[in-house]
Design a protein around this ligand. Structure first.
Ligand code: DAV
Length: 357
């Protein structure tokens, strides 16, 4: 590469030193509106009534979440990480959800940034509305590749006949477990993580078999996509199920996957695999409600490198555990209003460059 020709997209894993990242923004976000069966399958039952068209998140949550995101972005910048922010969009007016959760819509694999073919209709335009400036800047470098999501031609039939008939291991007859059918490729990028040349993902209520096949077809040569067996009947995003802390060391949610399932993948053959040993406690009021997530969101940490991870300021038990057991250095950062909107540090970011070590 010529001197000065910066690498704008290059990430092969989740733990090498983070050099460039997208950090989301919260303004004007609204509860996503999708068919009731999708909301019932994926969202906490006590908050289901909020998921209707034209319903903004409470103003105080949005303003505090925006402060948290800005503060988080400033922390990353202070550590020498290049931070990109999406456009401010009126998601309420657009009938969309948010600009705070870019991880769901964009997946970096090597030098390629892949736009997710969202299952959710309300998110179909999210990347177009919020991220085109970033995509055109990154795509102009000549050293990277941007793959936009395929157009849906004609009527979207992804919800036709989708229903839960019973839950198996998620690897059998796809359509029997999930709200979405297999009529077109669908995935959320947050259902996948990079482990070198192996991408580990899961089938879920937003990721179908055709989505996995499509991803395999467009990743750069030499990368392969493997599906982890999970037992999460509400599955939507793998990033509160597994958390790699560094090369060779992974923490997992013991009710959603198992050491045996992980060991089934060659990439984990020599890894230390640790079930997180405590039941995460729900946050108590006066903290904001977790409208969209379980307390296991504490596993949704973001690694800055093989020692440092961003952890929500309330998750002190988790922070002590990774410090005492693994010698990690957690960076505690307030993020509970972002959590309230559906994700934590991993969800709210897209790694663009992680330097190889
Ligand atoms: O445990 O509620 C959160 C994943 C968010 N992307 C959970 C999964």
């Amino acid at each position: 590469m010529a001197a000065g020709d910066a690498t704008l997209i290059s990430a092969d894993n989740e733990w090498s030193p983070l050099r460039a990242v997208i950090v989301g923004r919260a303004e004007n976000s609204a509860f996503p509106s999708e068919p009731a069966k999708m909301i019932e399958a994926t969202m906490p039952a006590e908050h289901a009534a909020n998921f209707k068209p034209g319903n903004p998140f409470p103003a105080e949550i949005l303003s505090k979440a925006q402060e948290e995101l800005d503060n988080f972005a400033a922390i990353l910048q202070s550590k020498g990480i290049r931070v990109y922010r999406p456009r401010k969009v009126d998601w309420l007016k657009e009938g969309g959800y948010t600009g705070a959760m870019p991880r769901d819509g964009l997946l970096t694999v090597g030098n390629t940034l892949i736009e997710a073919p969202f299952a959710w209709g309300c998110r179909r335009n999210e990347i177009n509305l919020g991220y085109v400036d970033i995509l055109s800047e990154l795509g102009a470098s000549g050293t990277s590749r941007i793959c936009r999501a395929p157009q849906i031609v004609g009527k979207d039939t992804i919800y036709d006949d989708g229903k839960i008939k019973g839950f198996g291991n998620g690897n059998g007859d796809d359509s029997s477990h999930w709200i979405v059918n297999n009529s077109r490729p669908a995935f959320d990028a947050a259902d996948f993580m990079r482990f070198g040349k192996t991408i580990i993902g899961q089938l879920s209520h937003v990721t179908n078999r055709k989505g996995v096949d499509y991803l395999q077809a467009i990743v750069p040569g030499g990368y392969s996509v493997e599906i982890l067996e999970t037992t999460d009947e509400h599955a939507m995003h793998i990033d509160a199920t597994i958390l790699p802390l560094r090369k060779g060391l992974l923490v997992y949610h013991p009710e959603r996957t198992s050491k045996a399932a992980l060991r089934g993948h060659d990439v984990f053959r020599d890894w230390e695999l640790h079930a997180y040993p405590f039941a995460p406690q729900p946050r108590e009021p006066p903290g904001p409600p977790m409208f969209m997530c379980s307390p296991w969101l504490l596993l949704n940490a973001l690694s800055l490198d093989e020692n440092r991870i961003m952890v929500e300021a309330n998750d002190t038990q988790f922070a002590s555990w990774v410090t005492d057991k693994f010698g990690m250095t957690p960076i505690l950062c307030p993020f509970q209003h972002v959590n309230s909107m559906g994700g934590s540090f991993h969800c709210a970011t897209v790694d663009l460059v992680r330097s190889s070590v």
